[in-house]
Design a protein around this ligand. Structure first.
Ligand code: HQG
Length: 175
């Protein structure tokens, strides 16, 4: 069983499949998730799920207190999904990794969440480089996060420590 493949399937179901998750919190029943994944990976079970949740490099998933429900901590595209996030003051600077070919559009429109609910920002440069590489030749943008917040924009920190905001206007971006 390839855990990365299974995790990708989980990410799809828990972030992007609106028939699968409850909008109120983004939760899905653990038993239903297991059955769904078993359709493709018959050996999948709760022990393997526990291992994925525990060892995931980005801490993408959480169980609720009862352990009967699971959700993705961030990255959703399903409209209206409400995952409680901490509204916090961001550091002075945050980073966003993207592909070079998106720059002309970004420098014109600012950063938009595209298919997701938020623009995802990293507190460290290296993470931004690897996020950018997913889309092509990477380039890292510097976001004047504190200045943005002072201008009235809200910042949220997901449970797995990714900074989220609705958009980043051009004036707060630096290449
Ligand atoms: C770009 C992964 C043109 C934006 C990562 C990005 C992250 C624009 C792409 C998380 C634009 C959207 C999110 C504009 C933004 N014009 N392009 N105006 N505004 N873009 O995948 O940030 O591994 O939805 O720069 O690690 O790459 O899945 O967002 O390149 O944390 O858990 O549009 O997903 O986490 O791409 O990645 P995405 P992202 P996971």
């Amino acid at each position: 069983m390839n855990l990365t493949r299974i995790s990708k399937r989980m990410s799809y179901l828990l972030r992007h499949n609106e028939n699968f998750i409850d909008k109120n919190g983004g939760w899905a029943k653990v038993s239903i998730l297991i059955n769904k994944i078993r359709e493709k990976y018959p050996d999948f079970n709760k022990e393997v799920l526990d291992e994925i949740v525990r060892t995931d490099a980005k801490m993408r998933y959480s169980y609720d207190e009862s352990g009967d429900w699971i959700r993705a901590n961030q990255g959703h595209s399903v409209p209206g999904v409400l995952v409680e996030l901490d509204k916090l003051s961001p550091p002075e600077i945050l980073y966003h990794g993207t592909a070079k070919r998106f720059l002309p559009s970004i420098m014109q429109q600012g950063l938009k969440p595209q298919s997701r609910l938020y623009v995802h920002l990293s507190w460290d440069y290296d993470t931004a480089v690897s996020v950018g590489k997913r889309h092509g030749e990477p380039v890292v943008l510097k976001i004047k996060a504190m200045e943005m917040q002072k201008a009235g924009y809200e910042f949220f920190l997901s449970k797995n420590k990714i900074w989220l905001t609705k958009e980043v206007p051009v004036e707060f971006l630096e290449e």
